[in-house]
Design a protein around this ligand. Structure first.
Ligand SMILES: Nc1ncnc2c1ncn2[C@@H]1O[C@H](COP(=O)(O)OP(=O)(O)OP(=O)(O)O)[C@@H](O)[C@H]1O
Ligand SMILES: [Mg+2]
Length: 262
């Protein structure tokens, strides 16, 4: 089971979209996947067409991360249900504002092990995707502590490049401060417009900064993404050439993630 967090210091760069794109690719490829929605805004949960039941959410699980607690909170995504797929094809541990209790300052180091504890003993999935809030808060570090890999999402813009550098530095420092297995890092570049000279310049800058850590292919800025998300529909089932292009790119990213785990 490969555990991958999707995070960034900056909001709105596409963490939840990357989570949903990889989840869509995994459903299409038949890779049993669990999405853990750590963001108190719960956008990934909404995107997967799930309405959490009271008390069955990640916030509750992290409050008391006992064995079996996460599995009790997990629900089948609407994507898998519409597809008539078995349970565990694509499930979600729903997000809720209750998870923000771990985002307070003054958390203790041992609190960072809460998601790792909750995931211990979870079986039946090949991939776990953790969608993080837009900060390097305790909640995000809770995800990193549980992960084999951290994907940092960047846009080809000045502030996002700077934010990605800070995120990667924070991941490296986090690795050094930990006594348990360290997560590998990668950078997914999202919302790329190749027609923009500024974007081409920032993309070259990201390539120079992060070299082999840059995940290929990059994801273009395409309005069809917002349409598919607005309908809570997987990009792999959305019609048209642009959706097919996005879907193909996410399939390639999924394969890259799973190959590296072998
Ligand atoms: N490749 C893309 N092309 C077009 N629109 C995109 C793309 N990626 C993301 N978006 C849009 O950008 C907006 C922000 O994306 P998203 O919610 O995934 O970002 P986020 O980093 O998870 O945000 P937050 O920090 O609030 O959690 C959404 O409206 C989404 O549909
Ligand atoms: Mg998000």
């Amino acid at each position: 089971m490969q555990i991958v967090s999707v995070s960034s210091l900056k909001g709105g760069v596409g963490k939840s979209s990357v989570t949903l794109g990889i989840a869509s690719a995994a459903l299409q490829a038949g890779v049993p996947t669990l999405v853990v929605d750590l963001d108190p805004h719960a956008d990934a949960t909404t995107g997967l067409g799930v309405r959490p039941h009271e008390g069955r959410d990640v916030g509750e699980v992290l409050r008391r991360p006992r064995r079996g607690a996460l599995e009790r909170a997990v629900m089948a995504s609407a994507w898998a249900v519409q597809d008539g797929r078995d349970s565990k094809a694509l499930d979600v541990a729903p997000g809720s504002a209750r998870s923000s209790h771990l985002d307070r300052s003054g958390y203790r180091d041992k609190d960072l092990g809460r998601l790792e504890r909750a995931l211990a003993g979870v079986t039946g999935y090949d991939l776990v995707l953790v969608d993080c809030p837009p900060s390097l808060s305790a909640l995000t570090r809770t995800a990193w502590a549980a992960s084999d890999k951290v994907l940092s999402v960047a846009e080809p813009s000045l502030f996002s490049v700077a934010g990605t550098k800070r995120t990667m530095t924070a991941i490296a420092q986090f690795e050094q401060s930990r006594t348990w297995a360290v997560p590998a890092a990668g950078v997914v570049v999202n919302k790329v417009r190749h027609s923009s000279a500024e974007h081409r310049h920032r993309l070259a800058e990201l390539e120079e900064m992060f070299g082999p850590l840059l995940v290929t292919p990059v994801i273009p800025d395409l309005p069809v993404w917002q349409q598919a998300q607005g309908a809570a529909w997987p990009i792999h089932r959305w019609p048209g050439a642009e959706a097919r292009d996005l879907a193909g790119r996410y399939t390639a990213i999924l394969h890259g993630l799973l190959d590296r785990a072998d």
